[in-house]
Design a protein around this ligand. Structure first.
Ligand code: RP5
Length: 166
Protein backbone atom coordinates (compact mmCIF):
# COMPACT_ATOMS: atom_id res chain seq x y z
CA UNK A 1 0.00 0.00 0.00
CA UNK A 2 1.23 3.51 -0.81
CA UNK A 3 2.30 5.61 2.18
CA UNK A 4 1.14 9.09 3.17
CA UNK A 5 4.07 11.48 3.55
CA UNK A 6 3.57 14.20 6.13
CA UNK A 7 5.85 17.23 6.31
CA UNK A 8 5.54 20.04 8.84
CA UNK A 9 7.47 23.28 8.77
CA UNK A 10 8.29 23.11 12.48
CA UNK A 11 7.76 20.69 15.35
CA UNK A 12 5.51 23.42 16.78
CA UNK A 13 2.98 22.27 14.13
CA UNK A 14 2.79 18.80 15.72
CA UNK A 15 -0.61 19.22 17.45
CA UNK A 16 -2.20 19.83 14.04
CA UNK A 17 -0.38 16.88 12.53
CA UNK A 18 -1.52 14.59 15.34
CA UNK A 19 -5.12 15.15 14.24
CA UNK A 20 -4.06 13.65 10.91
CA UNK A 21 -1.94 10.80 12.22
CA UNK A 22 -4.72 9.66 14.57
CA UNK A 23 -7.02 9.18 11.60
CA UNK A 24 -4.36 7.50 9.46
CA UNK A 25 -3.72 5.04 12.31
CA UNK A 26 -7.47 4.41 12.66
CA UNK A 27 -7.69 3.64 8.94
CA UNK A 28 -4.55 1.49 9.02
CA UNK A 29 -2.72 3.65 6.46
CA UNK A 30 1.09 3.69 6.60
CA UNK A 31 2.70 7.11 6.95
CA UNK A 32 5.96 8.92 7.64
CA UNK A 33 6.30 12.26 9.42
CA UNK A 34 9.14 14.76 8.87
CA UNK A 35 10.07 18.31 9.88
CA UNK A 36 11.30 20.08 6.74
CA UNK A 37 10.87 23.79 6.18
CA UNK A 38 10.60 25.59 2.85
CA UNK A 39 12.69 28.35 4.39
CA UNK A 40 14.95 26.79 7.00
CA UNK A 41 15.76 23.49 5.27
CA UNK A 42 14.84 24.04 1.62
CA UNK A 43 17.22 21.37 0.28
CA UNK A 44 15.74 18.65 2.50
CA UNK A 45 12.20 19.71 1.58
CA UNK A 46 13.16 19.55 -2.10
CA UNK A 47 14.80 16.14 -1.85
CA UNK A 48 11.89 14.63 0.05
CA UNK A 49 9.41 15.85 -2.58
CA UNK A 50 11.56 14.92 -5.57
CA UNK A 51 12.08 11.35 -4.31
CA UNK A 52 8.63 10.80 -2.77
CA UNK A 53 7.10 8.78 -5.61
CA UNK A 54 10.03 6.36 -5.88
CA UNK A 55 10.07 6.08 -2.06
CA UNK A 56 6.56 4.62 -2.03
CA UNK A 57 4.39 7.62 -1.20
CA UNK A 58 1.00 8.09 -2.87
CA UNK A 59 -0.01 11.45 -1.44
CA UNK A 60 1.70 14.16 0.62
CA UNK A 61 0.36 16.36 3.42
CA UNK A 62 2.21 19.59 4.24
CA UNK A 63 1.48 21.71 7.29
CA UNK A 64 2.96 25.14 7.89
CA UNK A 65 2.14 28.46 9.46
CA UNK A 66 2.85 32.16 8.84
CA UNK A 67 4.35 32.68 5.30
CA UNK A 68 3.43 29.08 4.56
CA UNK A 69 5.25 28.14 1.36
CA UNK A 70 5.91 24.53 2.29
CA UNK A 71 2.99 22.88 0.46
CA UNK A 72 3.65 24.88 -2.71
CA UNK A 73 7.38 24.23 -2.60
CA UNK A 74 6.80 20.50 -2.14
CA UNK A 75 4.16 20.44 -4.89
CA UNK A 76 6.62 22.14 -7.24
CA UNK A 77 8.93 19.12 -6.97
CA UNK A 78 6.50 16.21 -7.36
CA UNK A 79 3.46 15.23 -9.39
CA UNK A 80 1.98 13.38 -6.40
CA UNK A 81 -1.14 15.06 -5.00
CA UNK A 82 -0.23 17.53 -2.24
CA UNK A 83 -2.64 18.54 0.52
CA UNK A 84 -1.81 21.75 2.37
CA UNK A 85 -2.75 22.49 5.97
CA UNK A 86 -2.45 26.16 6.92
CA UNK A 87 -1.52 26.36 10.61
CA UNK A 88 -2.62 29.11 12.94
CA UNK A 89 0.32 31.28 14.00
CA UNK A 90 0.80 33.90 16.71
CA UNK A 91 -0.90 36.65 14.69
CA UNK A 92 -3.67 36.92 12.06
CA UNK A 93 -5.46 33.74 13.26
CA UNK A 94 -3.97 31.64 10.44
CA UNK A 95 -5.27 33.83 7.63
CA UNK A 96 -1.65 34.47 6.57
CA UNK A 97 -0.98 30.73 6.21
CA UNK A 98 -4.36 30.07 4.59
CA UNK A 99 -3.76 32.56 1.80
CA UNK A 100 -0.12 31.51 1.35
CA UNK A 101 -1.19 27.89 0.97
CA UNK A 102 -4.38 28.16 -1.03
CA UNK A 103 -3.46 30.88 -3.53
CA UNK A 104 -1.19 28.80 -5.73
CA UNK A 105 -0.53 30.19 -9.20
CA UNK A 106 -1.92 28.09 -12.04
CA UNK A 107 0.12 24.97 -12.84
CA UNK A 108 1.11 23.74 -9.36
CA UNK A 109 -1.98 22.68 -7.40
CA UNK A 110 -2.23 22.36 -3.63
CA UNK A 111 -5.48 20.93 -2.22
CA UNK A 112 -5.89 23.18 0.79
CA UNK A 113 -7.96 22.28 3.84
CA UNK A 114 -9.11 24.69 6.53
CA UNK A 115 -6.85 26.34 9.13
CA UNK A 116 -5.48 23.61 11.45
CA UNK A 117 -7.50 21.07 9.40
CA UNK A 118 -5.41 18.02 10.18
CA UNK A 119 -8.36 15.64 10.31
CA UNK A 120 -9.74 16.62 6.92
CA UNK A 121 -6.26 16.44 5.41
CA UNK A 122 -5.96 12.81 6.51
CA UNK A 123 -9.46 11.96 5.31
CA UNK A 124 -8.76 13.54 1.92
CA UNK A 125 -5.46 11.64 1.67
CA UNK A 126 -7.33 8.42 2.50
CA UNK A 127 -9.94 9.14 -0.17
CA UNK A 128 -7.21 9.69 -2.76
CA UNK A 129 -5.54 6.36 -1.91
CA UNK A 130 -8.94 4.64 -1.81
CA UNK A 131 -9.52 5.39 -5.50
CA UNK A 132 -7.37 2.34 -6.28
CA UNK A 133 -7.73 0.45 -2.97
CA UNK A 134 -11.08 -1.26 -2.40
CA UNK A 135 -10.25 -2.46 1.12
CA UNK A 136 -9.40 1.09 2.19
CA UNK A 137 -12.58 2.38 0.54
CA UNK A 138 -14.53 -0.05 2.74
CA UNK A 139 -12.72 1.11 5.89
CA UNK A 140 -13.49 4.71 4.94
CA UNK A 141 -17.18 3.91 4.40
CA UNK A 142 -17.32 2.22 7.83
CA UNK A 143 -15.71 5.23 9.47
CA UNK A 144 -18.13 7.60 7.73
CA UNK A 145 -21.06 5.50 9.00
CA UNK A 146 -19.68 5.45 12.56
CA UNK A 147 -19.11 9.22 12.49
CA UNK A 148 -22.69 9.74 11.26
CA UNK A 149 -23.98 7.49 14.04
CA UNK A 150 -22.09 9.57 16.63
CA UNK A 151 -23.79 12.76 15.40
CA UNK A 152 -27.22 11.10 15.44
CA UNK A 153 -26.60 10.09 19.07
CA UNK A 154 -25.88 13.74 19.87
CA UNK A 155 -29.11 14.73 18.11
CA UNK A 156 -31.04 12.23 20.21
CA UNK A 157 -29.64 13.70 23.43
CA UNK A 158 -29.56 17.42 22.66
CA UNK A 159 -33.18 18.35 23.40
CA UNK A 160 -33.11 16.70 26.82
CA UNK A 161 -29.77 18.38 27.57
CA UNK A 162 -30.99 21.86 26.64
CA UNK A 163 -34.25 21.38 28.56
CA UNK A 164 -32.37 20.29 31.68
CA UNK A 165 -30.31 23.53 31.51
CA UNK A 166 -33.47 25.73 31.37
C1 RP5 B 1 6.45 27.87 9.99
O1 RP5 B 1 6.62 28.84 10.95
C2 RP5 B 1 6.15 26.61 10.74
O2 RP5 B 1 5.37 25.77 9.95
C3 RP5 B 1 5.42 27.08 11.96
O3 RP5 B 1 4.01 26.99 11.80
C4 RP5 B 1 5.83 28.55 12.07
C5 RP5 B 1 6.58 28.85 13.32
O4 RP5 B 1 7.67 27.98 13.47
P1 RP5 B 1 8.51 27.94 14.84
O5 RP5 B 1 9.07 29.30 15.02
O6 RP5 B 1 7.53 27.55 15.93
O7 RP5 B 1 9.56 26.89 14.63
O8 RP5 B 1 7.56 27.73 9.18
Amino acid sequence: MKKVGIVMGSDSDLPVIQKATNILKELDIPFEVHVYSAHRTPLQAHDFAANARENGFGVLICAAGMAAHLAGAVAANTTLPVIGIPCKGPVLEGLDALLSTVQMPSGIPVATVGVNGGANAALLAAEILAVTDEALAERLAKKRAADTEAVLKKDAGILARVKSEE
